[in-house]
Design a protein around this ligand. Structure first.
Ligand SMILES: [Zn+2]
Length: 200
């Protein structure tokens, strides 16, 4: 399997095209939360919410080839096989249980959509899937999916616009909180995005 490495600026450009392909206001309008679930479906990818592991260790998984996936049946406390089509993103249902998980849920969706956009050709036909595992090793493919996922959820033009609109009179901590709220991402994801672009 060949790894294709995209430079950061290329990923920002891909994100802009993906966002504008859905709705150019997401990039050029007022800063707002990106409708990531609807965008996934607009790519012809179906979203399924299942318990992927009993311990919540796998947050999301992108399926490139039709097959069977093990999912955890919470009622009967056992793993069962769930038939999946090519072009499915599985999201761990535990991420839907609490409002506090909204940022993680949305980031997992964006990360998996990024795999679909960047790595479909690499995976299709291999029978492998792209899984987002907690405390995952930082392979190139994962780093790239995180970078594109961030660029889709926190469009850089919007981040800058929002940053300059809100920063007056706010401490860094408050600014991060308020911006995380606008874009419906975790504080951690927002802090990383701002730091990477030397806004903090
Ligand atoms: Zn991944």
């Amino acid at each position: 399997m060949t790894n294709i490495y995209y430079q950061e600026q290329v990923l920002e450009n891909i994100a802009r095209k993906v966002l504008c392909g859905y709705d150019s206001a997401l990039y050029y309008g007022s800063p707002a939360a990106v409708p990531i679930e609807e965008m996934i479906e607009a790519h012809g990818v179906s979203l399924e919410y299942q318990y992927l592991r009993k311990n919540g260790r796998i947050l999301g998984k992108t399926i490139f080839d039709e097959g069977l996936e093990a999912v955890y049946d919470m009622e009967n406390r056992e793993y069962t096989l769930f038939p999946v089509q090519a072009g499915t993103i599985l999201i761990d249902a535990s991420l839907c249980e609490e409002d506090a998980s909204t940022g993680r849920l949305r980031f997992t969706c964006a990360h998996e959509l990024a795999h679909w956009i960047l790595h479909k050709k690499l995976y299709t036909g291999t029978g492998r899937s792209a899984a987002m595992i907690t405390e995952q090793s930082e392979t190139t493919l994962e780093v790239q999916a995180n970078m594109l996922g961030s660029a889709i959820l926190m469009p850089i033009a919007q981040i800058k616009r929002c940053f300059y609109q809100l920063r007056g009179g706010r401490q860094d901590g408050q600014l991060i909180d308020d911006m995380a709220n606008v874009f419906q991402v975790s504080r951690q994801a927002m802090r990383i995005r701002l730091t990477n672009h030397r806004l903090l």
